[in-house]
Write a protein that binds this ligand. Structure first.
Ligand code: AMP
Length: 280
């Protein structure tokens, strides 16, 4: 049986946003996590990107924050209530875009801050007030130190892709950030693996978490067949040409592990002619 979003009694603005996304049913992580997050319990979730985990935490979190919704222009009326931490700017950006879509019919504000960008526009947004702040740890600390945001009213913190945050060496930054947050809050931790380090992090910062695990998403669509050819380095190019020709392939994506290798392969495909143009 597939679980439908309509069973969740999401508030109308959120239900409307979900309907607009065209989602027909909940993914397994959504079906399991949304009801738990709605109760305000801590969650330790094992799920990869691509499983729909962003909606699994953002929808219930937005639902719980709706009571704070207001149209005031005063920044004081829009303190950070939910903090979502991610390891990279790309992930932070993706999650922030999804949160914006889910929150579009509410008056809850969201923003994203990550490094490698001018602090100024981020500062202006933070100072105007945002309820949901998506951030990478280093840049968030910069903003905290510059007093651009206050985290003493945070009710939810999401440690997303927690294993990757630890791999990058963000543990000290995370510990500092978490030390600024109120003790009574909900903490949601998502990680692809539950390594001993992740379990330690959860042990220190989560209270009686509900553990949720979903299977890896199917990595290949059933319409895709995969073949493996063991070919010595010097014969790879020839093997690719032969494969393309033999199968009459007119268009193909070819992934190469270096810029130089990519340029060489593209040149060789162009030289070979056979009607193949190569774009890099
Ligand atoms: P995520 O794992 O959160 O990065 O989500 C992966 C992709 O799945 C995103 O593009 C979402 O828009 C999409 N998605 C999330 N939930 C659903 C759903 N219930 N049905 C279909 N697509 C979804």
């Amino acid at each position: 049986m597939t679980a439908s979003f309509s069973n969740l009694s999401l508030a109308e603005p959120l239900a409307r946003a979900v309907a607009e996304m065209g989602y027909e049913s909940m993914t397994p992580i959504q079906a399991q996590a949304i009801p738990v997050v709605l109760t305000g319990k801590d969650v330790m979730g094992a799920a990869q990107t691509g499983t729909g985990k962003t909606a699994a935490f953002s929808l219930p979190l937005l639902q719980r924050l709706l009571k704070h919704e207001n149209a005031s222009t005063s920044p004081a009326r829009h303190p950070v209530r939910a903090l979502v931490l991610l390891p990279t700017r790309e992930l932070a950006d993706q999650v922030a875009q999804q949160v914006k879509l889910y929150a579009k019919y509410t008056q809850l504000r969201s923003a994203v801050v990550f490094g490698g960008m001018d602090m100024k526009p981020q500062t202006i947004e933070l100072k105007a007030g945002v309820e949901v702040l998506v951030a990478t740890p280093g840049r968030l600390l910069d903003h905290i130190e510059a007093k651009n945001c206050v985290l003493n009213q945070v009710e939810y913190v999401v440690l997303d892709e927690a294993d990757r945050m630890l791999d990058i060496g963000f543990l000290p930054d995370l510990q500092r950030i978490l030390s600024y947050l109120p003790k009574t809050r909900t903490t949601l931790l998502f990680s692809a693996t539950f390594s001993p380090e992740i379990k330690r992090l959860a042990g220190s910062y989560l209270q009686d978490p509900i553990t949720i695990e979903v299977a890896r998403p199917n990595e290949t669509a059933s319409t895709v067949s995969q073949h493996f050819y063991g070919v010595p380095d010097e014969e790879k190019r020839h093997a690719l040409h032969t494969l393309l020709k033999q199968n009459g392939i007119k268009q193909a994506f070819v992934f190469v592990n270096s810029k130089l290798g990519c340029a060489r392969l593209a040149r060789s495909l162009e030289r070979e002619g056979s009607g193949h143009g190569a774009a890099r």
